[in-house]
Design a protein around this ligand. Structure first.
Ligand code: NDP
Ligand code: OXD
Length: 309
């Protein structure tokens, strides 16, 4: 089995030893140094090669994404007969859980206001309501969203979740489908977006949804930048409909220096670091998929191309 590693973001020197530890006879080439494209059986990829795309590898049996999200792969352009798997990595899940817990607690405890008061030497008490009186709403209850929902429930928040299909998660009030969105949003004080980017979810973080939330709700977007309609967020922050936002993902990354989010007093920007995978924790899942590809079995975490995630 010959694997092509193709990413400008991930370090092949971390991945190669881990992959070989689980599959010692695996041959690995690293883009752009490909000796014979015809001999490549599978690709581990963040973005396909800009030149020639995946069509230059006629014998691919599997595409394994290095991302949990796969929208960056431009699903419509992928050869339909080759199965695509998104990354499910226990390390990535833990880092996403930690980020969302940090962001939710930061909004809940008013830590931004304390940070803003410090340069002015202002001693201002803010004692938040009990956590059980504050509702965290998680959009997307998949690998990451469900884990985040459980983690914020463990902290004592009242938790709601929204997905495409009905769900039952202990201590989480679950809503589903377009019909369930308004009821989900109506009592969400801190909204966390952990949706995949698909034609249905693009632009969902916009004025109509903001108007369904209680006034003064907080927003945490860790899904994708194109979930958010940026001018609608700026208007909602201006009017107080949204009190503050923590944003990790943006329509344009890196966020351009002139972008108003950088200096907005109610926005915290992080550079798409909410979750990070690790070759150590992800390699076993990737190798299992390589074995499945050879055996022509369905991959773990296989993407439904029509659904978009
Ligand atoms: P999953 O595929 O496991 O879960 C997706 C969830 O979204 C599912 O619960 C699904 O519903 C729900 N969903 C999809 N479409 C809709 C819709 N139209 N309406 C309502 N719910 C919908 O994905 P993950 O949890 O692994 O990842 C989620 C996203 O997080 C990724 O796609 C990526 O964009 C983002 N991400 C961001 C990172 C960062 O560092 N900022 C890192 C990793 C991921 P159902 O269960 O019914 O199918
Ligand atoms: C991912 C990401 O999708 O890092 O894995 O955004």
């Amino acid at each position: 089995m010959k694997l092509l590693f193709c990413s400008h973001l991930d370090d092949p020197n971390e991945w190669i030893p881990e992959l070989k530890r689980h599959m010692p006879d695996l041959e690995i080439e690293v883009w752009p140094k490909v000796k014979d494209p015809v001999s490549i059986d599978a690709i581990l990829v963040w973005l396909p090669p800009a030149e020639g795309g995946l069509a230059q590898f006629p014998n691919l049996k599997a595409i394994q994404s290095l991302g949990a999200g796969v929208n960056q792969l431009d699903l419509k352009s992928l050869p339909r007969h080759i199965p695509l798997a998104r990354l499910v990595d226990p390390g990535l899940t833990v880092s996403m859980r930690d980020y969302c817990v940090w962001a939710a607690l930061r909004h809940y405890r008013g830590l931004d206001a304390h940070a803003a008061n410090q340069p002015q030497k202002k001693w201002v008490y803010y004692i938040p309501p009990p956590k059980s009186a504050v509702s965290v709403g998680v959009m997307g209850l998949g690998e990451l969203g469900a884990e985040v929902a459980r983690a914020v429930a463990d902290l004592g928040f009242s938790v709601r979740g929204w997905a495409r299909s009905p769900k039952a998660i202990d201590r989480v009030a679950c809503f589903s489908g377009a019909d369930g969105l308004a009821a989900f949003a109506a009592k969400t004080d801190i909204l966390i977006c952990l949706l995949p980017l698909t034609p249905e979810t693009r632009g969902i973080l916009a004025r109509p949804l903001f108007e369904m939330l209680p006034k003064g709700a907080k927003l945490i977007n860790v899904g994708r930048g194109d979930h958010l309609v940026e001018p609608d967020l700026l208007a909602a922050l201006e009017s107080g409909r949204i009190a503050s936002a923590t944003l990790d993902v943006f329509s344009r990354e890196p966020l351009p220096p002139e972008h108003p989010f950088w200096s907005h007093p109610k926005i915290t920007v992080t550079p798409h670091v909410a979750a990070f995978g690790s070759a150590v924790s992800a390699a076993p899942v990737v190798v299992e998929n390589l074995r499945r590809a050879v055996a022509r079995k369905p991959l773990l975490n296989q993407v439904d191309i029509d659904r978009g995630y």
